[in-house]
Design a protein around this ligand. Structure first.
Ligand SMILES: Cc1cc2nc3c(=O)[nH]c(=O)nc-3n(C[C@H](O)[C@H](O)[C@H](O)COP(=O)(O)OP(=O)(O)OC[C@H]3O[C@@H](n4cnc5c(N)ncnc54)[C@H](O)[C@@H]3O)c2cc1C
Length: 443
């Protein structure tokens, strides 16, 4: 029986373990945390359809609720854009620990094994093949290593150059986040329960204050690291805008990172496949990655099963990358350009977009199921978007910036479309170089 190792208990890794164990593979997940201490002490939002995509049942109904619509504010806070997501598209909100408990229980039921409290230190390689992982408890060997260790995966970071997996995250490609649940300082009804502030105080990043029954949920996200003093100062700023946000820390209060970039240029090599945050599978402008990782798990499982001889080489695993990009990744590479645009717009320019109808409430109906730009812009195609921009944006400097973003989007869309469908080292190396060069084009 072929032996598959999942390094790290990321969502996609556990879903892949579940699917592969169900098909008879010998799968073991190595996770650094204890079973009952996985994830974070807060809630997550994701599209529940992704569970079915990974052959997972819905969790018990008392474990989730439907998410509130968000209200977005530009830096000047002159205009509020409120989402209006149709009922059948609503995402669910669940405690992260409950999501993990659900995924682990399903995977175990399908025969996957778990080793908790086990730090993964890096890959074990033989030439250009990954043959195992180094752990604090010793080396373990497998026919395939699935890397679900998250953004800073020591497996990905430890791969030799010959594997061709570029592990560098890159500037402005990760969000530094502080998230905490505080007490509710007032019991008054709040009209807009989920407020999202873009570039508030002119700082590059976002913040949100979500009013829940039992607490007020604060998130501060920036492209640069920041410390507790800055988090406290920013929380005070949000308290002025949201009297509901109390001072007593109830839960969370941690600093974490989320990748917000195009997917990894090469997700596979001999004996290795990356999934989840290790492969940068989040929606680049909002950082949601759970649903995408679950969907990727299904694609990876089908790719593995197709390789009946169990070679698990870059050649046989390449189809996983091709299919992931086709389903989701190509759209995310384009969205990464939109995220990059946010880093070159000034707060005043962003306000212009909010205040002059360039961005509308419908456009902000982005959710974790948003896979490409046209879905954000209300079903318009790329030409409609260009027309919309040139019709509305009278500010010439801003228009120039936006047209340059449009040019880059077109280039990125065209390079992702040119990804080789079949693996050959030379063709893939060429494509990776051209993808990374295009993504790196200045705006
Ligand atoms: C504050 C915050 C809020 C978020 N909100 C949402 C949301 O609402 N909806 C959504 O879809 N996504 C959200 N995300 C993103 C989401 O968490 C990830 O995209 C998703 O979990 C996929 O990442 P992952 O599971 O692969 O990686 P991770 O979540 O990083 O999981 C990696 C796993 O590997 C383990 N691990 C790491 N290193 C080692 C090691 N050396 N040895 C052993 N084990 C190791 C970790 O303990 C962890 O269990 C949020 C992220 C953050 C930080």
């Amino acid at each position: 029986m072929q032996k598959i190792i999942v390094a790290g208990g990321g969502h996609g890794g556990i879903a892949a373990a579940s699917l592969l164990a169900k098909r008879g593979y010998d799968v073991t997940v190595y996770e650094r945390h204890a079973r009952d201490n996985m994830g974070y002490d807060w809630t997550d939002i994701f599209a529940p359809g992704a569970l079915a995509a990974a052959e997972l049942p819905m969790p018990p109904a008392d474990k989730y609720e439907y998410k509130e619509n968000m209200t977005f504010y530009g830096p000047g806070m002159h205009t509020a854009l409120r989402q209006d997501i149709p009922q059948d598209k609503l995402e669910i909100k669940m405690e992260r620990r409950d999501i993990y408990a659900h995924l682990i229980a399903c995977a175990e039921e399908n025969g996957a094994k778990f080793v908790f409290d086990c730090e993964v230190l890096g890959p074990v390689t033989l030439g250009n093949r990954v043959v195992g992982i180094r752990t604090a408890a010793g080396d373990v060997y497998g026919d395939l290593i699935i890397d679900a260790c998250g953004i800073d995966s020591p497996v990905k970071n430890g791969l030799p150059a010959v594997c061709g997996v570029n592990a560098a995250v890159g500037k402005n490609n990760q969000f530094y986040v502080y998230r905490a649940f505080y007490d509710r300082a007032s019991a008054d009804e709040v009209a807009d329960k989920y407020k999202v502030y873009m570039f508030s105080e002119g700082k590059l990043g976002i913040g949100w204050v979500a009013t829940e029954e039992a607490h007020a949920d604060l998130l501060i996200g920036r492209f640069e690291p920041f410390d507790q003093a800055e988090a406290d100062r920013t929380a005070d700023y949000y308290r002025q805008l949201n009297p509901v946000l109390g001072r007593e820390l109830k839960r969370g209060g941690q600093f974490v990172k989320i990748p917000v970039r195009q997917p990894l240029s090469k997700m596979v090599c001999d004996g290795y496949a990356a999934i989840g945050d290790a492969a940068y599978m989040t929606v680049p402008i909002i950082g949601s990655g759970i649903a995408n990782s679950l969907k990727a798990a299904k694609i990876l499982c089908e790719t593995v099963v197709k390789d009946a001889a169990g070679a698990f080489s870059a050649d046989t695993l390449w189809d996983y990358q091709v299919r992931y990009y086709k389903a989701l990744g190509a759209g995310f590479a384009v969205l990464a350009c939109v995220k990059e645009a946010l880093t070159v717009f000034t707060p005043a320019e962003l306000d212009y977009l909010f205040d002059n109808g360039v961005l509308t409430a419908k456009d902000m109906s982005i959710d974790a199921d948003t896979t490409d730009l046209t879905k954000i812009f209300s079903g318009s195609d790329l030409n409609d978007i260009k027309t919309k921009l040139s019709g509305v944006v009278k500010d010439r400097v801003l228009l120039k910036k936006m047209l340059s973003v449009g040019k880059k989007i077109a280039a990125v869309a065209s390079v992702t479309a040119a990804m080789p469908k079949r693996y050959s080292k030379a063709a893939v190396d060429r494509w990776v170089a051209s993808y990374e060069k295009t993504i790196g084009l200045p705006l």
